[in-house]
Design a protein around this ligand. Structure first.
Ligand SMILES: Nc1ncnc2c1ncn2[C@@H]1O[C@H](COP(=O)(O)OP(=O)(O)OP(=O)(O)O)[C@@H](O)[C@H]1O
Ligand SMILES: NC(=O)c1ccc[n+]([C@@H]2O[C@H](COP(=O)(O)O)[C@@H](O)[C@H]2O)c1
Length: 154
């Protein structure tokens, strides 16, 4: 997705959404951990860090003010790249230009499914970049998820 975007824009701002969340089933990793995973992957892929920013954005309770909240955290930008329907809707209503990237085998690369595999012990190493796989292994990510959902056997 980042490579697709960088073919179309000079500089990319990657938002780390729901940045306040961690240690939950849907967002098991801290914003800082997510930043590390993305940075390690992009570095291994030869993407220069001069071309992107990684900016954590906590959620707000009111969708109608979210775009203005995002704008407070990021440098000025010319267009928005997203697939999430709510994100597209909110930026469109705020008058921003939208670019919708293609789906890259979304049925296979599905975070909800990958987290499920981490809990059930099914193979997930081929569903994430290897830098992400080793990072999650090293921080005990699978154990964290299993403990959160209460399936850890200890
Ligand atoms: N294979 C893909 N092709 C296109 N866009 C993708 C792909 N995978 C993720 N995305 C986009 O990247 C963003 C993050 O997706 P990701 O699956 O990591 O988290 P998510 O949308 O929170 O999913 P989940 O709810 O399963 O955790 C989403 O906007 C999604 O549309
Ligand atoms: N009101 C809000 O805080 C608000 C609104 C729209 C999107 N978001 C965030 O944007 C992100 C969108 O995620 P994906 O692009 O990964 O689907 C999520 O983290 C979501 O919580 C937050």
């Amino acid at each position: 997705m980042v490579k697709w975007a960088l073919e179309r824009v000079d500089e990319l701002i990657v938002l780390i959404g729901s940045a306040q969340e961690s240690h939950t089933l849907s967002n098991p990793f801290t914003a800082g951990e997510r930043i590390e995973m993305i940075k390690r992957t992009l570095s291994a892929e030869g993407v220069s860090s001069d071309r992107y920013y990684l900016i954590p954005i906590p959620d707000v309770l009111m969708n109608s003010v979210w775009v203005y909240h995002v704008k407070m955290y990021v440098p000025s930008f010319s267009s928005v790249i997203a697939r999430n329907p709510l994100v597209l809707r909110l930026f469109k209503e705020a008058g921003n230009e939208i670019l919708i990237p293609p789906s890259f085998q979304r049925e296979k690369y599905n975070s909800t499914l990958i987290r499920k595999y981490m809990i059930t012990g099914e193979t997930w190493n081929d569903l994430v970049p290897k830098e992400v796989f080793y990072f999650i292994k090293n921080i005990g990510g699978e154990e964290r998820l299993k403990e959160i959902v209460g399936t850890d056997k200890r």
